[in-house]
Design a protein around this ligand. Structure first.
Ligand SMILES: [Fe+2]
Length: 339
């Protein structure tokens, strides 16, 4: 198959309190607000080549409103839409929106809204923010926790292998790895990619009946030291670390996870290998091999299994959180030390 998709372009996430979420992303995490429209807040990292990479959308619950990928060409956009319709899914064409042109939007077989775009508005920094370096879309942020750009999104599906097959067969994602439980042949995790990174799309097993959920969104920093400094800054300003900093075995990326004010999980990554193998065959790991924790010396907190929106009828604490995380997860701003 001709390569159809190039990279993840932007994510739209819902928040019950857009103002609190926006304040967190801007003040604590170092993103920059570029637009407000109809209650939506558009945010960008300093190194995003497109106009923005994260949109906060008002909603009753935290969740994934849309995940957008850029295609490799105008023809690839047409071809991708054709392949989706051939698979039995009907989407719709739109004239585009802020920052992007004609788009094909559909809901994937496991309930995840996806937008495919070719035409995007190349980001032009306003006067005073233009970088002194020609290839940078804008000056490096002065905020010392600021991520460089959007990295990936990890969603939840009731059938991890079915999910990986569909996105590989229909849209040409390379499936890079699986994790199966030791105790039973149950696949709990997979990573897929459109490029040389280990993944720009992840999928965790969803044991709830609720389709279309998201487990986390992830951003990138260049160096491990940047990631450790971000952990330090977030801790100092009242955002606890849910998991990490550590290294994933799959992808070999440095990681840390925390929650934004809506309780949605955010990851920060650096490092990791590049993989250009066109006919890569996905290996199946088990957790004890270090799929999640390279050093094989720490269990993932149970709260990490929580996806968004929360499963019907469950609270954040009931779905996944151990006791010591309850208060922090339910109200990140209630943590002692938050200024
Ligand atoms: Fe991730």
């Amino acid at each position: 198959m001709e390569k159809l998709l190039a990279h993840v372009s932007h994510l739209e996430i819902t928040s019950p309190d857009v103002e609190a979420s926006a304040r967190f992303y801007v003040e604590d995490f170092g993103l920059r607000e570029v637009r407000r429209e109809n209650g939506r807040v558009y945010l960008r990292c300093w190194g995003d080549y497109d106009s923005y990479s994260l949109v906060l959308v008002p909603g009753d619950e935290p969740g994934l409103h849309m995940m957008a990928w850029r295609t490799t060409s105008a023809e690839a956009l047409e071809a991708a839409a054709g392949r989706i319709e051939d698979s039995g899914i009907t989407g719709s064409w739109t004239e585009g929106g802020y920052g992007y042109g004609r788009a094909y939007e559909f809901v994937g077989p496991y309930g995840h809204p996806m937008r495919l775009v070719w035409e995007v508005e190349k980001y032009e920094a306003p006067k005073g923010l233009a970088s002194i370096y020609p290839d940078r879309p804008e000056k490096r942020s002065r905020h010392s926790a600021a991520p460089r750009f959007l990295d990936h999104v990890t969603v939840a599906s009731q059938d991890v292998r079915g999910f990986a097959s569909w996105y590989s067969d229909v849209l040409g994602f390379r499936t890079m790895a699986f994790t199966d439980l030791e105790e039973a042949p149950i696949t709990v995790f997979s990573v897929l990619t459109t490029n040389e990174k280990s993944h720009d799309l992840g999928v965790v097993l969803d044991t709830s009946e609720r389709a279309g959920r998201v487990n986390h969104i992830a951003f990138w920093v260049d160096a491990h030291e940047d990631l450790l400094r971000t952990a330090d800054i977030l801790m100092e300003w009242g955002t606890p670390m849910e998991y990490g900093p550590s290294i994933h075995g799959i992808g070999e990326q440095n990681f840390l996870y925390f929650r934004e004010p809506s309780a949605l999980r955010v990851e920060l990554n650096s490092g990791g290998y590049r993989n250009y193998v066109p006919d890569w065959t996905a290996n199946t790991w088990t957790p004890s091999q270090g799929s999640n924790n390279f050093y094989r010396n720490g269990a993932m907190p149970h709260s990490m299994t929580e996806s968004f929106p929360l499963a019907e009828g469950l609270t954040a604490t009931e779905e996944g959180a151990p006791d010591e995380m309850k208060e922090a997860l339910l109200n990140p701003y209630a943590v002692p030390g938050r200024g």
